[in-house]
Write a protein that binds this ligand. Sequence first.
Ligand SMILES: C[S@@+](CC[C@H](N)C(=O)[O-])C[C@H]1O[C@@H](n2cnc3c(N)ncnc32)[C@H](O)[C@@H]1O
Length: 176
Amino acid sequence: MDADSGFIMDFVVDKCGDVFQGISSLVDVAGGLGGATQVIAKAFPHVEGSVLDLSHVVAYAPTGTEVKYIAGDMFESIPPANAVFLKWVMHDWGDAECIKILKNCKKAIPSKEKGGKVIILDIMVGAGSLSDQKHMETQVLFDLFIMFINGAERDEQEWKNIILKAGFSDYKIILF
Ligand SMILES: C[S@@+](CC[C@H](N)C(=O)[O-])C[C@H]1O[C@@H](n2cnc3c(N)ncnc32)[C@H](O)[C@@H]1O
């Protein structure tokens, strides 16, 4: 997963960098060893980045970095921040668990008017062109992975369902 961050996050910063503008703090929930947060903190030095993951993962966190590592359980609580970031996390879980995670995200951030946001980086089934072979290959690869871990890939209606059930009133999709 850390290798994936090294690959995809430069692309995210380049194509969707606006999402991180105006944020002063961000917690990368279930962020593993923090590869994604390291890239965000480097690209946006005004963002104070932290990573939440289980204690046995945080035990292997790199040292000598500005990024703060926090051991904890996202189903219990999420440390407060301007923004919460979830990369390849939600597709590991069923709807009930995702709603619980999103409710905890909502508690961790300020209101939308005060700049609070939850940023989810994940697959959206049905997005993009089915005639694009690379796009299809990527979706199939993720389908195989999800079958292995018993997770779920979601289309827009399924994303909307969990987002609204967690108490959020709207959302914005950025495709790339
Ligand atoms: C698929 S990996 C994603 C890691 C990271 N977001 C990335 O993209 O590199 C899922 C992560 O969820 C973490 N995780 C699983 N259950 C968790 C929990 N209850 N609280 C916090 N983290 C959890 C795992 O330890 C793992 O690092």
